[in-house]
Design a protein around this ligand. Sequence first.
Ligand SMILES: [Zn+2]
Length: 136
Amino acid sequence: MPFLQPEAPGRSGDAPGSIDYRFARRQLLHRYRSGELTRGDVCDAQSELMRIAVNHSRKATSPCPICGQRELRIVRFVFGSKLPAGGRVVENNTHLLKLSEKYGGSSGARTYSVEICLACRWNHLLDIVPMAARSR
Ligand SMILES: [Zn+2]
């Protein structure tokens, strides 16, 4: 899944053990705005990801950085050694709590937050947070 492999590395986030990809996102947006990358390069969400974004996401607080529309969504996935290879889509906060009870803590499961625009297919990994650290 390309959206989980940003070209630039992440940095340590606020929560212990978390990785923040906001800097990588800014770099990519800069490359797009400078003309180095085309809209087709950055707005490439696959149909499965779009389907997940339609059904299991929450609205982002900001508009899409590419098209400016308020169609930006946040999708969360959980990956870990005890989970299926493709991870699990977090359907809502209640579901996240259940997943956290089952896989959180010592199992090393981590939550990946991805933003996806329903209008232009822009998508980028935002952060990776150990499951136990997100139980707030
Ligand atoms: Zn957009």
